[in-house]
Design a protein. Sequence first.
Length: 130
Amino acid sequence: MLNAGSRIVNNWIYPIDNGYVLIDTGYERGFAHFKKQLAKMQIAPQQIRYIFLTHAHDDHAGYLNEILSECSDIQIVMSDKALERLYKGQNSFHGGCTTKIALLFCCLMNQIAELEERKNKKIRGEDKIN
C-alpha cells in the first residue's frame, strides 16, 4: 500500500489488477496535495477504480465530490449508514469535530497544514510576487 496523504491525514492507495483502491479521501482542501502525491507516484487520479470510505467524517470524505467530478467512473464502497450524512455535507461542527476540544484540535491541524503548504510553496519558489 502507498500513502498519498499528508502529515494530517492518510490516503492509502492499494493496487489492484485494473488500477487502484483509495481508502478514504481527506479534508476538502486536501485534494490538490493528494493529486501532487499521486503524480510523484506516477498514478493518475483516473486510475483509481474504487474509493472505500471507512466513515463519513470530512477528514475521511472531504474531497469526495472533487475526485468524483474529475473521475466519474469511480465506484464508492461504504456503509449505507454513511449515505445520509454525506448527503447533508459536513458534520454539525466545522471540521467534522464532535466536541469543543476536538474542534480546537481540528482548527490547529488546519493551521499547521496551511503553514506547511506555504513552506512548500516557498521551497518551490512559488511565493514570489511578480
